[in-house]
Design a protein around this ligand. Structure first.
Ligand SMILES: Nc1ncnc2c1ncn2[C@@H]1O[C@H](COP(=O)(O)OP(=O)(O)OP(=O)(O)O)[C@@H](O)[C@H]1O
Length: 251
């Protein structure tokens, strides 16, 4: 048993394309302490999403993955969903458009259980949902009965984040979750993300192409290149890190 929130050993993903074998995740070892917020940088094709997919069980991989002391290596993606929540770049991937905001939140609250959307569940949850949504500061609390597809991109991503943290996941995966938003809305969502992670003591990995966000947020920063971890900055070294130091990874 490990005290780590995440313990990954020799995680490797190999794909076969046109009679060729390609290693797209190359024996990655990564241990993350509980409550760590790790930002992940890397050029296009560096293997960042592959790492997330291998952790979440969405891609066949070799190696070992432990989350909160539980070995999930042989679990399917659905079984791992008990431990992992993920927010994607595309708001449509995290939320059901035709359902209302409140319905989406109640479904997220019962994730992994027998799903029921009985009216009484909705009504019982409403005061808490309204309060939680109000903390997001973008009007989500007044849209509880609106179909999710009528929300702005920023509101929908806030909803996706709120849904992801409903059950305090052992690991929160943020997969460029602000990338489709304008700079102002993206900054708002980042501040919110940081607050939610701290308040709920979540362990999180966040892929971003926004170098400033990777530097500003979190207490650890890793850089991926060609399927492996190229650099790993702990809180102390990250605090001294400048934008210019990171540019060497992006020429
Ligand atoms: N299922 C797959 N089959 C074949 N090749 C794949 C598969 N998934 C990813 N790749 C390849 O693996 C490499 C890493 O891709 P990945 O999407 O993990 O990179 P990334 O760092 O997330 O990039 P980006 O910043 O562009 O999202 C790329 O060369 C990609 O083409």
């Amino acid at each position: 048993m490990s005290d780590a929130a995440v313990a990954i050993q020799n995680l490797q993903v190999t794909v076969h394309q046109q009679n060729q074998t390609k290693v797209i995740l190359d024996n990655v070892d990564l241990t993350i302490a509980p409550g760590d917020f790790v930002t992940v940088l890397g050029t296009n094709g560096a293997g960042k999403s592959t790492l997330f997919n291998a952790i979440a069980g969405n891609l066949p991989a070799t190696g070992r993955v432990q989350l909160a002391g539980v070995d999930v290596t042989t679990m399917s993606a659905i079984q791992r969903a008990r431990y992992i929540a993920r927010v994607f770049q595309d708001p449509k991937l995290g939320t059901a458009g035709r359902m209302t905001v409140a319905e989406n939140l109640v479904l997220a609250q019962h994730r992994g259980e027998r799903r029921t959307l009985a009216g009484r569940h909705l009504e019982a949850a409403r005061p808490r949902l309204k309060k939680e949504a109000a903390q997001f500061g973008n009007g989500l609390e007044d849209l509880l009965d609106s179909p999710t597809e009528t929300l702005s991109g920023g509101q929908r991503q806030s909803l996706a984040l709120l849904m992801a943290v409903q059950k305090d996941p052992a690991l929160l995966l943020l997969d460029e979750h602000t990338a489709a938003l304008d700079p102002h809305t993206s900054a708002q969502l980042m501040a919110l993300t940081d607050r939610v992670i701290k308040e709920r003591h979540l362990t999180a990995l966040m892929i971003t192409h926004r170098m400033d966000d990777a530097l500003k947020y979190g207490n650890r920063l890793i850089v991926m290149e060609s399927g492996h971890l190229k650099a790993d900055y702990n809180a102390a070294s990250k605090a001294k890190l400048q934008r210019a130091d990171l540019l060497e990874f992006f020429d």
